[in-house]
Design a protein around this ligand. Structure first.
Ligand code: NAP
Length: 324
């Protein structure tokens, strides 16, 4: 089969790779579309190796048709239209996924739209609702609000009744986030988000903060949390070292939760995907929540697609179509 291969100069080529085979509890997917995640950019540079046992090929998600099933799989059959969360292998003509990490494509969606869903909805759902236990009405801050994860999280917050405030890199991006349901936002290039976010937090403070930035934002994040607030750290785009005021943490009975999705056990990822299929996909079918695809590229143009993501000029997801 063909797949995107990374050479020693970190350049990407559409070249020959071994076609994978499905293990007992896995499925083989004929990939129609895959999508880019920030983690792919790090992995390509050698800074985010795949977990043990995962495909070395880039790609954490895909949409396509079931091409074969392992002998322990009963739910799927050849030809089913699915999307899947994977620990690797999505940038290819064929990819293997654990059967529990696969869902049916929400009715009415194209393969390109479906490929934009698994990683960002799994991340947003896992961290807002399962890790942080977001309760109805609690206020939320979403950093990098226009990112793939951010645009998914904004829509989840709006749909499930949680006011949210975002940070993003331009006024245009904030306007897009507001269109998707955010109450307001702060442009990270024009100073600290603290004052505007504090106005949004009001007297109750923030219930949950979803933060892929880390060090640079931690002190202000802690100041904004309300009593019992939860800060879920999902990335370190702003550095991994900082000072924190432990008194803030203690007096507010606040919690800082570190979370990664990719290296979790298959059963934990299956629990997330099953909740998405039950609680979120119906809202996509009804049109309440929409896949946000910034742009699509043929997968042979993976270099250009990565450059676009790295430019920080995207809103939502960049999808790559696998040629047949
Ligand atoms: N822990 C997990 O399990 C998990 C899973 C998935 C994703 N993530 C993390 O979540 C984040 C979003 O992922 P994604 O794939 O959705 O990203 P994405 O769509 O590529 O968007 C990332 C955005 O982050 C903003 N950004 C870049 N550098 C920044 C910096 N130094 N400080 C603040 N903001 C910065 C930029 O938007 P603006 O210019 O508009 O700010 C950029 O467009 C990434 O950090 C990723 O690693 C974590």
């Amino acid at each position: 089969m063909k797949a995107i291969l990374v050479d020693e100069k970190k350049a990407m080529h559409w070249g020959d790779a071994d076609k994978p085979t499905a293990g007992a509890d896995e499925v083989l997917i004929r990939v129609h579309a895959t999508a880019i995640n920030r983690a792919d950019l790090l992995q390509r540079r050698g800074n985010y190796p795949p977990p043990p046992g995962a495909s070395p090929i880039l790609g954490l998600e895909c949409a396509g048709e079931i091409a074969a099933i392992g002998k322990g799989v009963s739910r799927w059959k050849e030809g089913d239209r699915v999307c899947a969360l994977m620990a690797g292998g999505g940038y290819a003509e064929y990819a293997v996924a654990p059967a529990g990490s696969v869902t049916a494509i929400p009715e009415g969606l194209s393969f390109a739209e479906a490929a934009s869903l698994p990683e960002v909805y799994a991340t947003a759902w896992l961290n807002l609702f399962m890790e942080a236990g977001l309760a109805p009405g609690e206020k939320v801050i979403l950093h990098a609000g226009a990112s793939g994860v951010g645009t998914a999280a904004i829509q989840l917050c709006r749909s499930f009744g949680n006011p949210c405030f975002v940070t993003a890199g331009s006024d245009d991006k904030i306007a897009r986030c507001v269109e998707l349901g955010a109450s307001g936002g702060s442009n990270r290039h024009t100073g600290s988000f603290y004052d505007k976010a504090a106005e949004f937090a009001g007297t109750t403070g923030i219930g949950v903060i979803l933060d892929p930035v880390g060090g640079a934002y931690l002190a202000d994040n802690l100041r904004l949390l309300g009593l019992g607030g939860r800060l879920v750290l999902i990335g370190l785009m702003g550095g991994n070292k900082t000072d924190i005021d432990l008194a803030q943490l203690m007096m507010k009975r606040a919690r800082i939760i570190g979370s990664t999705l990719r290296a979790r056990p298959v059963a934990e990822k299956a629990a997330v995907m099953s909740q998405l299929e039950e609680k979120v996909w119906p809202r996509i079918v009804s049109g309440d929540i929409k896949p946000i695809v910034d742009s699509t590229f043929p997968i042979v143009q993976a270099e250009q697609a990565h450059d676009l993501v790295a430019s920080d000029n995207t809103v939502g997801k960049v999808v790559m179509l696998v040629q047949k």
